[in-house]
Write a protein that binds this ligand. Structure first.
Ligand SMILES: [Zn+2]
Length: 291
């Protein structure tokens, strides 16, 4: 899978001008449930989410992040999926602008992994995240998710966010609206079939959004997400270089782009194993993205 790198310059231009603070970090509600089902068996009877109006809808008095009283790494649930899923009680509209950073007054950061799930690299990433008790966001490709549904369950069961990265990883800006809707909608439907909850975040392949694609993303109930730091792991520059890139560019609220699929990601895994404890030592707190 080609990497998302080629539009980094454009994205950096965007991120310099746009700091989108509309997504809040860390929300509430824990998904109860048993262990991960066997790989290849999509569980269709996962526990239904709690009542949506139980989700904190905004910042609590005092200005802290919404849901701060709850486990900030827990899995935030949405009540439904599909194109009308945002109309229910407690549902909040998706954000129209691409988020490159997230507003935070803490040293919270947002690790993201694209192009999976992958049968070897995704479990390796999960193992490292688990060891350090941190959460991340996985932008999965539909045609990989349908092949490895058990990995999607593993990601969600460990408290990470599962998000939409299209079905076949096309450049959305080259597609007619119907194809964009199919790429995103089919992937959301699959994720809901597997997890019982549709995704509320999406990332365009290569970070390539245009207005029609953003509109469709919103219509499908998802907020678009970009990145502030490209680990450049796709260039396979060596684990040390990847780790150095992440550590040297890190700042509060940063969204970090890495890949757990789309190629040989052993360097990504090795780099994560090296930089994650150092981030923690520096007081950073990696958490999942929640809209
Ligand atoms: Zn990608």
């Amino acid at each position: 899978m080609a990497s998302d790198q080629r539009t980094t310059t454009r994205r950096r231009f965007g991120q310099a001008a746009v700091v989108v603070g509309v997504l809040a970090a860390g929300r509430a509600l824990v998904l109860a449930g048993g262990g991960a089902p066997e790989a290849g068996v999509p569980p269709r009877a996962r526990p239904r989410p709690p009542e949506p109006h139980a989700v904190p809808a905004g910042p609590p008095p005092g200005g802290g992040p919404a849901g701060a009283a709850h486990d900030p790494q827990s899995y935030r649930l949405r009540p439904m999926a599909g194109e009308t899923s945002r109309s229910g009680p407690g549902a909040s509209p998706p954000h129209p602008e691409v988020a490159f950073h997230l507003s935070t007054d803490r040293r919270e950061v947002f690790l993201t992994f694209d192009d999976g799930p992958h049968p070897f690299h995704t479990p390796d990433v999960l193992r490292i995240l688990r060891r350090h008790h941190v959460r991340a966001t996985f932008f999965v490709i539909g045609e990989n998710a349908i092949e490895f549904p058990g990995l999607l369950c593993d990601i969600a069961d460990e408290g990470h966010a599962v998000a939409n990265h299209t079905w076949t990883h096309p450049q959305l800006t080259t597609l007619p609206p119907g194809a964009v809707r199919s790429e995103l909608g089919r992937t959301s439907s699959l994720i809901e079939d597997i997890l019982g909850t549709a995704p509320d975040l999406a990332r365009a392949p290569y970070g390539e959004w245009d207005d029609p694609a953003l509109s469709i993303c919103n219509e499908l109930g998802m907020s678009p997400v970009g990145w502030a730091i490209d680990s450049q792991d796709w260039t396979v520059p060596g684990a040390g270089t990847i780790a150095h890139t992440v550590l040297s560019e890190m700042h509060p609220g940063a969204i970090v782009l890495s890949h757990d699929g789309g190629g040989d990601r052993r360097q990504t895994v090795e780099a994560l194993d090296w930089y994650l404890p150092r981030l923690l030592d520096e007081g950073y707190r990696p958490i999942r993205i929640a809209p």
